[in-house]
Design a protein around this ligand. Structure first.
Ligand code: TTP
Ligand code: MG
Length: 386
């Protein structure tokens, strides 16, 4: 089955945040970076400044010479990190398979959630719309069957672009691209290729094996594969740092344990559903508990093996809640539940765990119903063996 990968890259990111926070900067030449008097470099040049030749990583003094009317702004790293978190929160809504590349860029594998959202292009549009509506910024998105093509695609129509590469338009999109856009080809590789008369992807594919070996040596097949649009590297979520969680702040502090259990069950169901949708399993269960005086504590437990089964997560979460409750018995302002230490799912052993198989089957059925009728359409009964 063909994968569906998105590459999302924010437009002129640092400059865009500056414009967001100070609209009078819109439409102006901006250089965000170090001090022009010292040895500062440009982190971002706004799109308005780029036609003057200004770009990232050049000395600020050079950029100011090229574009004297530019407004020079210092880097506000904390603010950019804050906006970056908001952007990544949008990604997390669509898939847990998010691989961050930098502060403003990520790969998303959406192969597992196409039906839920109506297709990869729809997901790309929805993500762009969320980022525009909720954050006020624009992003460029590439959609393709692999990471290399998705990244190429996101770069083709910046800013505010959306490019979908399909098997049908693959050659038409790629053939005329300069070889510099092949992942791994730097200035030296480019020179060597140009010397061999190869300037585009199409020419590279048309070149004979001997010519390619001359330019690339042992890497010839690798680059030919890239020019053909092949790349099977998986999207690797930052799984150690990442978690999937759900929390709820109550309007009135809740001191009824049955009510708390029922909220927790709902959270477990949603978290487990998101795990399964992303083909992930989690090893550590964490509860977050905040009492009326705003004291917040967390309680964690590690499972014998990673799971995506609602029932296994429910049992562990309820144990944690019950243990805490028996000791403190204090009303809660907030209750949250999350799963950490995520790993790609993999197959369950098939024969020796009939009970788990049954749970898996039940989860699948509920997921199908949720897919068709939405969250809350069906709930497993609370209670059970506590
Ligand atoms: P990029 O995505 O490379 O650039 P960009 O978002 O400014 O512009 P584009 O629309 O072309 O994507 O980098 C993201 C941010 O990372 C950028 O706003 C500033 C920072 N950065 C640096 O600090 N130094 C650098 O050399 C580069 C390339 C980026
Ligand atoms: Mg960017």
């Amino acid at each position: 089955m063909q994968r569906q990968i998105l590459h999302v890259d924010m437009d002129e990111f640092f400059a865009a945040v500056e414009k967001l926070d100070n609209p009078s900067l819109r439409g102006k030449c901006l250089l965000v970076g170090g001090d022009p008097a010292g040895r500062g470099v440009v982190s971002t040049a706004s799109y308005e400044a780029r036609p003057f030749g200004c770009h990232s990583a050049m000395p600020m003094s050079t950029a100011v010479r090229l574009c004297p009317q530019a407004i020079v702004l210092p880097v506000r790293g904390d603010r950019y990190a804050e906006v970056s978190r908001q952007v990544f929160e949008v990604f997390d809504r669509y898939t847990p398979l998010v691989e961050p590349l930098s502060i403003d860029e990520a790969f998303l594998d959406v192969s597992g959630c196409l039906r839920l959202f109506g297709g990869a292009e729809q997901i790309a549009r929805a993500i762009k719309a969320d980022i525009r509506r909720q954050i006020g910024l624009t992003a460029s998105v590439g959609v393709a069957p692999n990471k290399f093509l998705a990244k190429l695609a996101s770069d083709l129509r910046k800013p505010d672009g959306l490019v979908v590469i399909t098997p049908e338009n693959l050659r038409a999109t790629l053939d005329s691209l300069p070889v510099r856009k092949l992942w791994g080809v730097g200035p030296t590789g480019e020179k060597r290729l140009h010397a061999a008369g190869i300037t585009t992807f199409g020419q590279l594919l048309g070149a004979g094996a001997a010519k390619l070996a001359e330019a690339f040596g042992d890497m010839a097949d690798h680059y030919r594969g890239l020019a053909e649009g092949l790349d099977d590297r998986p999207v690797v979520p930052d799984s150690q740092a990442k978690s999937i969680s759900q929390e709820c702040t109550f309007a009135v502090d809740v001191g009824d344990i049955e009510q708390l259990r029922s909220v927790l069950l709902e959270q477990v169901e949603q978290v487990a559903h998101r795990l399964r949708r992303g083909g992930l399993k989690g090893r550590t269960v964490t509860l977050k508990l905040r009492t009326g005086d705003f004291t917040t504590v967390t309680r964690s437990a590690t499972l014998a093996e990673p799971t995506d089964l609602t029932e296994e997560l429910r049992v562990k979460s309820e144990e944690l809640l019950t243990t805490w409750w028996n000791k403190h018995r204090r009303p809660l302002r907030l209750l949250g539940m999350g799963v950490h230490q995520l790993a790609a799912g993999g197959q369950l052993p098939l024969f020796d765990q009939p009970a788990r198989q049954k749970q898996q089957h039940l989860d699948q059925t509920l997921d199908d119903i949720t897919k068709r009728f939405g969250h809350g359409a069906v709930r497993r009964a609370g209670g059970g063996d506590r």
